[in-house]
Design a protein around this ligand. Structure first.
Ligand SMILES: O=C1O[C@H](COP(=O)(O)O)[C@@H](O)[C@H](O)[C@H]1O
Length: 276
């Protein structure tokens, strides 16, 4: 695809994301964990199953650790983990036992503890998983998604898709001004990634933006400028990929106070004071 072609999935006109601000990263991770458990339980109440797309990164992994903590409390066992499909938004194309694998972090933090059945854990292939190139791994993952989808559709229902965001606005492994920002395929290979490791597999905008709900989890002052820019109307997703993601039903920016520090007051002010 030519570099002059438009980004395929600009934000929808009139689409208003929710912004939630927690005092710090730990309270953010706890709040998101509780909300995720509730959302997956609600999806199971309606559909019998639930599906979540995981992210790598510090805050994404902290959320999973808190979900594991909630799952260990008998009173909070509202999710049937045997009926949850787990997908990934991006993965590093490195050997399966490499500590850089997002899958490895998620298994340690949550999946090993809650016992999601093997066939429901849809990991993106590692570099030693039988695919010589990330392009082949990406094509395989797209076929896995399609195989789980209703007939004739490319994607299954994705109830919640979690995304971290880099300080330059990357989401999943879609980096600013990279070929992935203009790629119309649901899953893409990423080479020469500016953040190591350089070779990755990522969902593309069409798959991310087909999720029912997209939740962006962001903590830390270093990401505050990108948060503010992503939420500013008219920001070009080619330059700041986080500006180009949205859910079908909801887009939620879940921030700690530092990450929200450059947002206009309308996002962070509490409800009007009606006292007196
Ligand atoms: O490389 C990646 O980075 C982002 C953000 O990570 P963070 O540690 O800065 O929160 C992550 O969302 C993505 O899945 C990962 O592969």
């Amino acid at each position: 695809m030519s570099n002059d072609s438009p980004a395929p999935h600009p934000p929808r006109a009139g689409h208003v994301p929710d912004v939630v601000v927690e005092p710090d990263a730990d309270r953010l991770a706890r709040a998101v964990a509780a909300a995720l458990v509730a959302r997956l339980a609600a999806a199971q109440a309606v559909h019998g199953t639930a599906s979540v797309v995981l992210t790598g990164g510090g805050i994404g992994t902290a959320v999973l650790e808190h979900v594991a903590g909630l799952a260990a409390e008998p009173i909070r066992e509202t999710v049937d983990w045997s009926a949850v499909d787990v997908w990934w938004g991006d993965e590093r194309f490195v050997p399966g036992d490499d500590d850089e694998r997002n899958e490895k972090a998620a298994r340690r933090a949550l999946l090993d503890a809650v016992g999601v059945p093997h066939e429901r854990v849809h990991a993106m292939p590692p570099s030693d998983g039988g695919f010589a190139a990330p392009e082949d791994a990406a094509a395989w993952y797209a076929a896995e998604l399609a195989a789980a989808a209703p007939e004739g559709r490319p994607l299954p229902r994705l109830d919640v898709l979690l995304l971290g965001m880099g300080p330059e606005g990357h989401v999943a492994s879609i980096f600013p001004d990279s070929p992935a920002v203009r790629d119309e395929r649901p899953v893409v290979a990423v080479r020469d990634c500016p953040k190591p490791p350089p070779t990755r597999v990522s969902l593309g905008f069409p798959a991310i933006n087909a999720a029912e709900e997209v939740w962006l989890l962001v903590s830390g002052e270093g990401k505050a400028p990108a948060v503010a820019e992503a939420l500013r109307e008219g920001t070009d997703p080619v330059r700041l990929p986080a500006a180009g993601v949205h859910g079908v039903r909801a887009t939620r920016w879940l921030l700690d106070r530092s990450a929200a520090s450059e947002l206009p007051a309308r996002y962070t002010a509490g409800p009007p004071d009606h006292a007196g």
